[in-house]
Ligand binder design. Structure first.
Ligand code: AMP
Ligand code: MN
Ligand code: MN
Ligand code: MN
Length: 278
């Protein structure tokens, strides 16, 4: 791989801190040549990002990261090369976004009970997009107000799946999310598989259902994987014949997190998800 590519990033349209334009500027400054914006359950930042990318001479890929519930846990499915005007995709993501407002209120109440006063208002103010209040906004509020030392502590203690202040959501079904992406002409990618706490047999059934729904790729190199997991998921890609993807999952500059484009190359024998794009 002789060029810098980053196929997973977030803007203020979901839970990132840079606007779509600022994100493109940072990617360009970092020497990235191909970038995808993949906001959670949202595509309203794509037009702005694309226009800024084209101004900068950066190749832009329309993307999304869809929240899915699989066997009672959350899985993220990235869609790459989607048509943002596609009606099936738009309708689908609108349905899953609609549960977020109520969930945010409940999460706020739980945090309030734990003594974190003003959590709901605080998170709401940090969310630029009122229809996309995420756990990240609550976590930032707790860190910024000195309630917790860092984001990791917030997720480990309060907001991680099934922790004290987590409010579980029934997101999209795996098959639906892949269908929305492929209907919009995109390629579906399992995001950061190393983050999911499934048993090996559950992982096998996830991969099988994903392939049967029309999914094609898996993230091997991601900001959410440790180096030993790069190797592990490279093996999964080989075994299941998945195309391989690469993305920082950049949300903001933070200690221990990768910056845009700051990614090691894929192993040579894997077929990159972009192999027939250019
Ligand atoms: P939500 O979509 O509201 O459930 O929020 C999920 C988001 O929380 C993810 O996209 C991440 O940005 C963030 N997140 C989850 N786990 C962690 C963690 N351990 N540390 C930092 N951020 C996390
Ligand atoms: Mn996020
Ligand atoms: Mn994710
Ligand atoms: Mn992400």
């Amino acid at each position: 791989m002789t060029f810098k590519i980053d196929l997973h990033s977030h803007s203020t349209v979901s839970d990132g801190v840079l606007t779509p334009s600022e994100l493109m500027e940072r990617a360009h400054a970092n020497g990235v040549q191909v970038i995808a914006l993949t906001d959670h359950d949202e595509i309203s930042g794509l037009a702005e990002a694309e226009s800024k990318a084209s101004e900068l001479g950066l190749k832009f890929v329309n993307g999304i990261e869809i929240s899915v519930t699989w066997l009672g846990r959350t899985v993220h499915i990235v869609g790459l090369g989607i048509d943002p005007t596609n009606k099936i995709l738009n309708k689908g993501i609108q349905t899953i976004r609609s549960g977020r407002a109520e969930r945010a209120k409940l999460m706020g109440m739980k945090l309030e009970e734990l003594g974190f006063s003003g959590a709901y208002e605080g998170a709401r103010k940090l969310a630029t997009n009122p229809s996309l209040i995420s756990r990240t906004h609550f976590a930032r509020f707790l860190v910024q107000n000195g309630y917790c030392p860092n984001m990791q502590v917030v997720f480990d203690k309060y907001l991680g799946d099934h922790k004290q202040a987590d409010v579980p959501v029934e997101w999209a079904k795996l098959e639906e999310a892949v269908y929305w992406i492929t209907s919009a002409g995109g390629q579906a990618v399992i995001a950061h598989p190393g983050r999911y706490k499934y048993k090996p047999s559950e992982f096998r059934s996830l991969y099988k259902a994903f392939v049967e729904s029309g999914g094609e790729a898996i993230e091997v190199i991601t900001g959410s994987h440790r180096p030993d997991q790069y190797a592990k998921y490279a093996d999964v890609a080989r075994k299941y014949g998945f195309l391989a993807s690469v993305g920082s999952d950049f949300h903001e500059v933070a200690p221990g997190r990768l910056d845009l484009g700051e990614l090691p190359p894929l192993p040579d024998d894997l077929t990159p998800v972009w192999h027939n794009w250019f």
